[in-house]
Design a protein around this ligand. Structure first.
Ligand code: SF4
Ligand code: SF4
Length: 494
C-alpha cells in the first residue's frame, strides 16, 4: 500500500480495460416518454468502471478540469473498493449536487474530457460514476447530514435553482435558518422548470429539496420578490441577517425579427415548462402548445435548443428541425445531446438564419423565411462569425417555432433593487473574493452574476457566497452562536 492507503496498481493493464457502457433507453422507446435516457450503472458495473482510473499523481487533469475540483481519484478509488458512501462523501466535500452534476455537466469538455485514459482508450465515465454514487446513497437512506451548530441567524435566498439550493444546504449545515423564495409553484428553478426529464427526472430534484427541507430550510413558493404584492429586497434585508440573490438568468434573448411575436412563436423556457411538467406544477395561466402532428422549428444551437427539439419529438411533433446560424463545429450545445436528438429524428439546418416569420390567414405563424449563412473571421467568442449569403433566402413551413437564443438576468428585478451595481450587460456586480454585492449584507451568485453558464459554475459561485455569508454572520453577532453537542459534526460539505 502507498501512503494514501491505496494499493499499487498496474496502470498498463488498467488502460486496456474497455469502458463499461451505461445501459440506456433505445431511441424507439424513449421518444414515447420523458424518462432519463441513461439507466445508470449498478453496483457491479460501477466498480469495474471506477477501476479504469489510473490514480494519476497530482495535479490530476480531471480534478483541474472540474470547476469545483472534486476529489475524483480518491472517489474513484473508494468506488472501485465498493465503498460507495465514502466515495460520495468525497464528492460532497466540494459539491452538494452530485446527482445533478453527474447528469448535466458537459463532462466531455470537463473532467472526462481531460482524463488521461482518453489518450488510448475511452476516458473514465466520471460523471456517470458520480451520479451513481449520489443515487446509491439516496436509495440507501441518504447522507448523514447534521448541522455543526445552531445559530440565531436567518438568511433569505432568492431563487431555488442550482445556486440557491447549494447555498441553502451549505448554510443550513452551518446551523443558520434558511428561507428560500421561489417565484414558481415548486422549488428547483432551472433544475425543475428548465431541464427536461429525459436529462434529469423531477424525482431527483424532489429528493434534493426534501433533503434540504430536512435541515430546517423553508421553501416559500409563488413569491416573486420585487413585484407588487410580494416582498421587496429591502423588506428581506430588514427581516433577515443576510440575503443572497440567486435568480439565475431567465429573460430570453430576442431575434429582433419580423413576426417574432406571432402566435405559435414560443420562447424556449415557456415551451420547456409547458411540455415537460405535470399540470399541477405549472405556473398559473400556462398555455399548453399543440405540438402533436405539427412541423416544429427550433432556432438556436445551445443546450436549450437541444432540449426543445427533443421535447417536441416527445410531444409527438410530425417533423422537428433545428436551425443554427453557424456550422455544427461552432455549436455551443453538448455533442451527446445532438447525437441523441438525431437518433430521435431531429433534422438540423446549419448555417441558416430566420429573417422573417410569416402568418397564415388566422394570424398564426405558418412559414419562416430563412437566409443561408457562411462563416467569416472569428468574432469575440472565438467562433467564426456567420455572414449572410445574399440572394440565398428560402421559405419553409412551420406550425410552431421555438426561439432558444440564450438568456439574460432579469434587468427589471435588478433595477428595482436600490444601489445594486451591475456590469456592462446587466449582470450583478459582486466582489470577486466574497460575492457580496455593492450593498452590505446582500450577496449574489450564479447566472445572475456570470450570465448563462453551467450548473456546476453556478454552484461554485454559490459556495463562495455561502462561505462569505457564514463568515459575515459569525463576525456580526458572535454571542448569538450557541454551540450544540460537540459530537454533532458536519459529515460532509464543510
Ligand atoms: Fe465532472 Fe461536473 Fe462532477 Fe466536476 S462536477 S467531476 S466536471 S461531472
Ligand atoms: Fe483517473 Fe482519469 Fe483522473 Fe487520471 S485523469 S486520476 S485516470 S480519472
Amino acid at each position: 500500500m502507498n501512503k494514501t492507503g491505496r494499493r499499487p496498481i498496474d496502470r498498463k493493464a488498467r488502460l486496456q480495460i474497455p469502458r463499461v457502457p451505461v445501459p440506456k433507453q433505445s431511441p424507439e422507446e424513449r421518444i414515447f416518454n420523458f424518462h432519463e435516457v441513461y439507466e445508470g450503472y449498478d453496483e457491479e458495473t460501477v466498480v469495474i468502471e471506477a477501476t479504469r482510473c489510473l490514480q494519476c499523481p497530482e495535479p490530476q487533469a480531471c480534478m483541474t478540469a472540474c470547476p469545483v475540483h472534486n476529489g475524483i481519484p480518491e472517489a474513484l478509488w473508494l468506488t472501485s473498493q465498493g465503498q460507495f458512501f465514502a466515495a460520495y462523501d468525497v464528492f460532497r466535500l466540494t459539491t452538494t449536487l452530485s446527482e445533478i452534476c453527474g447528469r448535466v455537466c458537459p463532462q466531455e469538455k470537463l473532467c472526462q474530457g481531460s482524463c488521461v485514459v482518453g489518450a488510448v482508450n475511452a476516458p473514465v465515465y466520471i460523471g456517470k460514476i458520480e451520479a451513481f454514487l449520489a443515487d446509491y446513497v439516496r436509495k440507501h437512506g441518504g447522507p448523514d447530514l447534521k448541522p455543526s451548530r445552531k445559530t440565531n441567524h436567518r438568511v433569505a435566498i432568492i431563487g431555488s435553482g442550482p445556486a440557491g439550493l447549494h447555498a441553502a444546504e451549505w448554510l443550513a449545515l452551518r446551523g443558520h435558518q434558511i428561507d428560500v423564495y421561489e417565484a414558481l409553484p415548486k422549488p428547483g428553478g432551472l433544475l425543475r422548470y428548465g431541464i427536461p426529464g429525459f436529462k434529469l427526472e423531477k424525482d431527483t430534484v424532489d429528493a434534493i429539496i426534501e433533503r434540504i427541507e430536512g435541515l430546517g430550510t423553508r421553501f416559500i413558493c409563488n413569491t416573486r420578490i420585487n413585484t407588487p404584492g410580494h416582498p421587496s429586497i429591502d423588506d428581506l434585508m430588514e427581516e433577515y441577517d443576510a440575503v443572497l440573490i440567486a435568480i439565475g438568468a431567465e429573460i430570453p434573448s430576442s431575434l429582433r425579427t419580423e413576426g417574432e411575436d406571432l402566435p405559435g412563436v414560443w420562447k424556449s423556457l415557456e415551451f420547456l415548462i409547458a411540455t415537460n411538467l405535470p399540470p399541477k406544477d405549472l405556473p398559473p395561466g400556462t398555455h399548453i402548445p399543440e405540438v402533436k402532428g405539427k412541423k416544429v422549428v427550433v432556432v438556436g444551437g445551445g443546450d436549450t435548443g437541444s432540449d426543445c427539439v427533443r421535447s417536441a419529438i416527445r410531444a409527438r411533433a410530425a417533423k422537428v428541425t433545428l436551425s443554427y446560424r453557424r456550422s455544427e463545429a461552432e455549436m455551443p450545445g453538448r455533442k451527446e445531446d445532438r447525437g441523441f436528438a438525431r437518433e430521435e429524428g431531429v433534422q438540423y439546418e446549419f448555417l441558416t438564419q430566420p429573417i422573417r416569420f410569416i402568418a397564415d390567414e388566422h394570424g398564426h405563424v405558418a412559414q419562416i423565411e430563412i437566409r443561408r449563412m457562411q462563416l467569416g473571421e472569428p468574432d469575440a467568442s472565438g467562433r467564426r462569425r456567420p455572414l449572410p449569403i445574399p440572394g440565398s433566402e428560402f421559405i419553409i413551413d412551420a406550425d410552431l417555432v421555438v426561439l432558444a437564443l440564450g438568456f439574460w438576468p432579469d434587468e427589471k428585478f435588478i433595477k428595482q433593487t436600490p444601489d445594486l451595481e451591475t456590469k456592462k450587460w446587466g449582470e450583478i456586480l459582486v466582489d470577486p473574493e466574497t460575492a457580496m454585492t455593492s450593498r452590505k449584507g446582500l450577496w449574489a451568485a450564479g447566472d445572475a452574476v456570470n450570465g448563462p453558464d453551467l450548473v456546476v459554475t453556478a454552484m461554485w459561485g454559490a459556495q463562495q457566497a455561502a462561505k462569505s455569508i457564514d463568515a459575515y454572520l459569525e463576525a456580526l453577532d458572535q454571542p448569538a452562536t450557541q454551540p450544540v453537542d460537540a459530537s454533532e459534526t458536519v459529515s460532509a460539505v464543510a
